[in-house]
Write a protein of this length. Structure first.
Lengths: 321, 276
């Protein structure tokens, strides 16, 4: 009856009909309605607590207890694991390299991605093809990218040396990944290369949201191309740049496969960053106490970065609403 | 606006260094994968082989036991994608459509878990799986992949769901549609593209994942494709690079093609989901 009347009656009436209808249903329906959203999100929360939350708790617990190499925890040990971590001879080096790695990869990526996005935002022949090519490294797994570059950079048979020498840019072949002065810069360059697609995508999203008329107005007012970029484009895509900076910072800080596949931190730990060292501590040297302490330290750093990101994202959402 | 030829040339010229560096590894893969083995380790190396040996792929497929690895990767990726969507869709629906206390907290919770990477938690995850007796079992990988894709999927889906007009569903309710009918006939068809895009992202993540596979799997017959390919290179004195490059080609090309074909919708999906 309610449905037939709601079709004929004007809208406000229909609304009343609905509330009456709801009021008539017993209180079970009400409880069901109130608990429905919680039931819907419950599986995802349980999953996250099970597979992500428990390991964090477990490692935090392990990091403040004495622990043997098989993972059996004993007495609380006054943060000795953290002391051993911070005083470890490799810790400072890995920390500094992680910072260098993150700052250079993220900085290089953003500096290159802005002009690339500007180019891809122009209209020109073959733009779709150009976009597809530039997105390609994103689709290929970092493991495969690392393997192919490792072969390409091989001192004797690699195509990098062959190409450089065929253009007369090089006299003697270089063992890129086995030389401590070249290995890390090469890794940074490849890190930049694989971070470009995502970054360009986000910046392009920002550029395409800009209105053309303000640029036309600025041109009529005599603004040069550089001025338009500096005083219009850059401030307007600022929120997108912020997000890309924070997200890349988090991704690159955690980046493991490239370095693991190409050098495993060699030669002589000169390319080890915190994540690769962490993996060695945990699964090669059996230093579970130090490894769990390091995991927790990194988790805290990530949490701080994430809160920054969440604040930025929320602010964006508000300004868009 | 017109697209003059000269401008197009300039644009391509500006992009050319990057385009070359991006295509370089693909050229190396193809070149090495079809070379006769003696030419792979020949000095100085050359781009063009004396003959194109497609037989390399067949040899590689046998010698590296890539078939089972491809199968493992397919099974793990598909099961993880389906499971992840089954958990994520209801949560995203609630986050997008329902008012409830703690909604904001849930969204913040999503943002935070989205950022956690497996490598930082890998020791704890290994211990958890060991405790549950899942080490060297493919389900361990499925569970971990679902967990690490959930936040991203829920976030992206709820951003999409918000763009689907509520009024359609409300009209259906007025016309007497039950909740199930409303979801099945109105909401899900409209949400299908978003769900499809999320599925592609989850699948690619699983297909390409390395750290968890390396940590949780032990026996070679359980290896996924990335792990199996890595094992051809890692810790070996003699690396058969023609086989390795053929394997990387087999692993990368399907995903790259999917990505290229769906580029436009993937990118728009990501800008709705990740940036918003």
């Amino acid at each position: 009856m309610a449905s037939s009347s709601s079709k004929a009656d004007p809208a406000p009436e229909a609304g009343v009909g609905r509330t009456v209808n709801r009021a008539k249903t017993p209180s079970i329906g009400k409880i069901g309605r109130a608990s429905a959203p919680y039931l819907l999100i419950l599986p995802s929360i349980l999953f996250a607590f099970w597979i992500i939350g428990y390991p964090i708790y477990d490692m935090a617990n392990m990091s403040v207890h004495a622990v043997n190499r098989f993972g059996k925890t004993a007495a609380f040990n006054d943060f000795a694991n953290y002391q051993r971590l911070f005083s470890h001879q490799l810790f400072i080096g890995c920390l500094i390299r992680t910072l260098v790695w993150t700052v250079f990869v993220v900085g290089g990526t953003v500096l290159l991605s802005v002009p690339i996005a500007l180019i891809l935002n122009e209209r020109f022949y073959g733009r779709t093809l150009a976009r597809i090519i530039i997105m390609l490294p994103w689709a290929v797994s970092l493991t495969m990218t690392g393997i192919v570059w490792r072969w390409s950079l091989n001192g004797q048979f690699g195509m990098v040396n062959a190409t450089l020498s065929s253009f007369g840019l090089q006299d003697t072949p270089v063992e890129w990944l086995a030389t401590s002065t070249t290995a890390f810069p090469i890794l940074i360059a490849i890190g930049i290369l694989v971070s470009i697609p995502f970054t360009v995508t986000v910046i392009l999203g920002g550029l395409s949201s800009l209105q053309a008329d303000i640029f036309e107005a600025a041109t009529i007012d005599g603004a040069t191309g550089w001025q338009r970029f500096r005083y219009l484009t850059l401030p307007l895509i600022r929120p997108f740049l912020n997000i890309v900076l924070v997200l890349n910072f988090i991704y690159v800080f955690n980046s493991f496969p490239l370095i693991w596949v190409m050098t495993q931190g060699d030669p002589a730990n000169s390319t080890d960053i915190l994540v690769t060292w962490l993996y060695k501590l945990a699964f090669r040297y059996g230093e579970l106490g130090i490894a769990s302490a390091l995991s927790i330290v990194m988790f805290v750093i990530l949490l701080a970065l994430t809160i920054t990101y969440a604040a930025l994202a929320m602010r964006n959402e508000r300004s868009q609403a | 606006m017109e697209k003059p030829v000269r401008k197009s040339l300039l644009m391509w010229l500006l992009l050319s260094p990057l385009v070359i560096v991006i295509l370089f590894p693909f050229a190396v893969m193809v070149s090495t994968a079809v070379k006769p083995r003696v030419e792979v380790l020949m000095y100085p190396p050359s781009w063009l082989p004396s003959e194109i040996r497609l037989q390399n792929f067949a040899d590689m497929w046998e010698a590296t036991r890539l078939g089972p690895a491809v199968l493992n990767s397919l099974v793990v990726s598909i099961v993880a994608t389906v499971l992840c969507l089954l958990v994520a869709i209801p949560a995203a629906y609630a986050a997008a459509r329902m008012e409830f206390t703690g909604r904001k907290l849930f969204r913040q919770f999503l943002l935070v878990t989205q950022m956690l990477s497996p490598i930082v938690l890998v020791l704890g995850i290994f211990r958890l799986m060991a405790k549950m007796g899942f080490v060297d079992q493919l389900p361990a990988l499925v569970l971990a992949y679902v967990a690490f894709n959930l936040a991203f999927s829920v976030w992206m889906l709820q951003a999409y769901f918000q763009t689907i007009p509520k009024e359609l569903e409300e009209a259906a309710t007025l016309d007497g549609a039950s909740t199930v009918q409303r979801l099945r006939l109105i909401f899900l068809p409209l949400a299908a593209p978003a769900i499809g895009i999320s599925a592609v992202f989850i699948f690619i993540y699983c297909w390409n994942e390395f750290v968890l596979a390396m940590t949780l799997l032990r026996s070679p017959e359980k290896s996924t494709l990335t792990l199996q390919t890595f094992s051809l290179v890692g810790g070996r004195y003699q690396v058969e690079w023609d086989h390795v490059m053929a394997a990387t080609l087999v692993a990368s090309v399907p995903v790259a093609v999917i990505f290229a074909l769906l580029q436009r919708s993937l990118v728009s999906g990501l800008t709705v989901g990740a940036v918003k």
